[in-house]
Design a binder for this molecule. Structure first.
Ligand code: XIL
Length: 311
């Protein structure tokens, strides 16, 4: 790890979440359930770093439609795997990875981004037929993944994580309905991850009050709230933009701290040097994180720390 990266991470943060190293494609690059099918070492290095520096580790993620390995995609596409086969693959994957990190990862994003913007189920390799065998049955496959994860590591807290769900909208309504149903039926779901990839448009009284109200309905249900991937993308690196970004980081931090169920506030990376935003926005946006590309603290950092220290 780059020395400035390691020292900033260890000095400033209480939790580490691997950005890619626990995703299916990276951690399980070859078919099978043998040790040789898995590549734990990149994630293990991060976990060791975190534990050496007294940081908690959050795991991300078991079920997602992206970063699925080629071996699995191709065989499903070629009808080489039926629902029973895909079901067994995911079940074993969750069991092996969750057990490997048992006692080290305290909370897992079990399912990531399973809903479309209109609140319907997203079409994915896990949901669509063959999938794990619950095509057309709504959230049943999410329930199954949660039950497998709970069986593999009963002490870990289990989360559903998604983006564009900060406000009250069709997607957050669908997640709310799922959380309520799971809660009533005792499905092991401890909380909801709100990715919170936003930009300066989010600094709007209506958007922010909708965020507050949305978090409140989930916490009223007994759900824990984690802000899991916060970043605030800018169109430019000007002083006014950086200042506005600092204000918005401050407001989001306040909103989390005001809700007693909001227990994690995590940014997606921490230095602009390695943010996913420039690549994701094809170079149109960047400068999204609390440290600049030379590891200097930005107003975004001051905005967050101000709130954290005055409580
Ligand atoms: C992103 C990583 O940051 C990138 O490095 C990678 O190329 C693609 O995935 N929502 C998520 C994260 O849940 O896993 C994504 O991470 C960003 C969006």
């Amino acid at each position: 790890m780059e020395p400035d990266y390691a020292s900033t991470l260890a000095a400033q943060f209480a939790q580490l979440e691997p950005e890619n190293q626990m995703k299916f494609q990276v951690i399980h690059p070859r078919p099978g359930n043998e040790p040789s099918s898995y590549d734990f070492s990149p994630a293990d290095r991060l976990v060791d770093f975190a534990l050496q520096h007294n940081m908690k580790v959050r795991g991300h993620c078991f079920v997602w439609h992206q970063q699925v390995p080629e071996w699995l995609m191709t065989r499903v596409k070629n009808h080489e795997y039926d629902a029973t086969a895909v079901n067994q693959i995911l079940r074993n994957h969750i069991a092996i990875v969750a057990q490997h990190y048992s006692g080290k990862v305290w909370a897992w994003d079990v399912v990531n981004e399973a809903f479309s913007a209109d609140g319907t189920m997203r079409s994915t390799i896990w949901y669509d037929a063959p999938g794990i065998g619950f095509a057309g049955q709504g959230t049943a496959y999410i329930e199954q993944a949660l039950r497998w994860a709970h069986a593999a590591d009963p002490k870990a807290e289990l989360f559903y994580n998604d983006y564009d769900t900060e406000a009250l909208n069709a997607k957050s309504d669908a997640i709310y309905a799922m959380a309520k149903d799971f809660h009533l039926r005792g499905v092991p779901l401890n909380g909801i991850g709100f990715q919170t990839h936003v930009n300066l448009k989010f600094d709007d009284p209506k958007a922010l009050s909708s965020f507050v109200a949305n978090l409140k309905r989930f916490s009223d249900l007994g759900m824990e709230i984690h802000i899991t991937e916060l970043d605030i993308a800018l169109d430019d690196n000007s002083q006014p933009s950086l200042q506005a970004q600092g204000e918005l980081y401050r407001k989001v931090t306040e909103i989390c701290l005001q809700n007693p169920s909001c227990r994690v506030l995590q940014t997606w990376g921490f230095t602009d040097k390695y943010s996913w935003i420039p690549g994701h926005s094809k170079g149109k946006q960047g400068w999204a994180l609390p440290f600049d590309a030379t590891y200097q603290k930005k107003r975004a950092y001051d905005g967050m720390v101000h709130v954290l220290e005055t409580r």
